[in-house]
Design a protein around this ligand. Structure first.
Ligand SMILES: Cc1cc2nc3c(=O)[nH]c(=O)nc-3n(C[C@H](O)[C@H](O)[C@H](O)COP(=O)(O)O)c2cc1C
Length: 153
């Protein structure tokens, strides 16, 4: 099961820490969308990952989700890190993909160190996140998701 994880991690590298763990579990290829163009044709599973920016995934990830022609066999999972995790910030990306008929096998979200706006004055929120617990949860989550997906094909 060939897997790519396409990410943007520009605030504090929080999302990169999570996708590094997942890529190790999956033996996935990682693509930084700020630096690389990505051809997803050869992949079965595609992860899209970013921090949360104004209650959504990064706009470039959303654009990628909206504009990419996914193949019928391809499945997508979403990963988001955020300062304050009071809701699922991957929802609108998931909706865009679902509308195109792309199956999203799940979303993983955890907190990530955040110094945006007023939070900078107080030294940031979600200090130390993603921490070891977040990262081990990320590993366990993706292992389960991939196992379930492998069983279904
Ligand atoms: C411009 C900007 C907007 C943000 N908006 C939100 C938000 O709406 N909700 C939230 O929980 N975190 C928000 N954050 C915090 C980031 O989502 C969080 O720090 C994330 O882990 C950053 O990931 P990265 O280091 O991989 O880029 C924002 C950060 C920035 C810089």
């Amino acid at each position: 099961m060939k897997t790519a994880i396409i990410y943007i991690s520009i605030h504090h590298g929080n999302t990169k820490k999570v996708v590094d763990e997942m890529a190790e579990v999956l033996d996935a290829d990682l693509f930084d969308l700020t630096k690389q163009k990505v051809n997803i044709a050869e992949y079965d599973v595609i992860g899209l990952a970013s921090g949360c920016f104004y209650r959504n995934m990064h706009e470039r990830i959303i654009k990628f989700a909206a504009e990419t022609d996914f193949l019928k066999k391809q499945r997508v999972f979403l990963v988001c890190t955020c300062g304050i995790a009071y809701r699922d910030y991957t929802k609108s990306t998931k909706r865009i993909l679902n509308k195109k008929g792309v199956e999203v096998i799940g979303s993983f979200q955890c907190r990530g160190f955040d110094t945006f706006g007023p939070f900078e004055k107080i030294g940031g929120v979600a200090k130390g996140h993603p921490n070891e617990k977040d990262l081990s949860e990320a590993r366990a989550w993706i292992e389960l998701k991939i196992q379930a997906h492998k069983k279904s094909v």
